[in-house]
Structures are given as C-alpha cells and as structure tokens.
Write a new protein. Structure first.
Length: 162
C-alpha cells in the first residue's frame, strides 16, 4: 500500500456523495412543496430532497409532510416544530439535529442516524424506527419510544426519561 492509499485526499468529505442544495433552491423547493400540500397535489411539486446535503439547514416550522428526505444529510439541522408526517427519511443522517416538537408521525426513519439529536416533545406516533440509531438522543421518553415501531437493530439510549 502506498502513501496515497493511507491518506485520503483533502477533498474527500463525508458529504461528497450528497447533492448540494443552495438556500435559494431550498426556499423554492419548500414553497412548491407547500403549494403541493395545500392543493392536495394539484399544484406545486412534492419536495424531493433525497441525498440532499442539508447540513446545518434551518428548517424551523418547515412543512415537509410527505417529503422525500431519504438518505439526506441533515447533520445538525434545525427542524424544531417541523411537520415531517408521512415523510420518507429512511437512511438519513440526522446526527445532532434539533427535532424538538417536530411531528414525525408515521414517518419512515428506518436506518436513520439520530445519534445526539434532540427529540424533546417530538411526536413519534407510528414512526418507523427499525434499525435507527438513537444513541445519546436527548429528550426521548418511554412514551415516545412506545408509540414508535422498533426492532432488535434499533439503538436506543441507555437512559430514557419516564
């Protein structure tokens, strides 16, 4: 093995395989999605943010109901009070994301990384958390966990509040 094989290039990053989304494009996608939701699918377009790089994005109170966020990079994103009902968030990286009071009812979070995320007050009713990493997630209660679908691969924090 030569020296180059041992040291990855400086340009290699954890977000290299993600699609970059500018703030302007994200605003347009959210506005089109809102129209799509409000019109029952007759106007606008459903938000397709699959594989999107949304690291640190501020999505406070965003309406992402039924959006496609599959495998999105949402590391440290601010999703407080966001509506994520019925969204596809499978395989997404939400490590350190703020999901306080977010509505994740019936969301597909299979295989997502929610390590160190803040889930205080989040609605996890019927959320699919099979294979999800919730290690060191903050604000998570037994009630929230009890309302979600888990499996033997789901990693839950060692300390869960009552």
């Amino acid at each position: 093995m030569n020296r180059e094989d041992k040291n990855p290039s400086p340009s290699a990053s954890p977000t290299a395989s993600y699609r970059d989304i500018s703030r302007e494009l994200l605003k347009t996608i959210l506005a089109d999605h809102e129209s799509w939701i409000q019109s029952g699918g007759k106007l606008g377009v459903m938000a397709d943010l699959q594989n999107a790089n949304l690291r640190g994005a501020v999505l406070l109170k965003a309406n992402l109901r039924e959006a496609n966020l599959c495998k999105a990079y949402l590391y440290g994103a601010y999703l407080k009070n966001a509506d994520l009902r019925n969204s596809n968030i499978a395989g997404a990286n939400l490590r350190g994301a703020n999901l306080r009071w977010a509505n994740l009812e019936n969301a597909d979070l299979r295989g997502a990384n929610l390590a160190r995320s803040d889930l205080q007050g989040a609605n996890l009713k019927e959320a699919d958390l099979r294979g999800t990493n919730l290690k060191m997630a903050e604000g998570l209660t037994r009630k929230q966990v009890g309302q979600a679908e888990l499996d033997e691969k789901t990693i839950i924090p060692t300390e869960i509040r009552d």
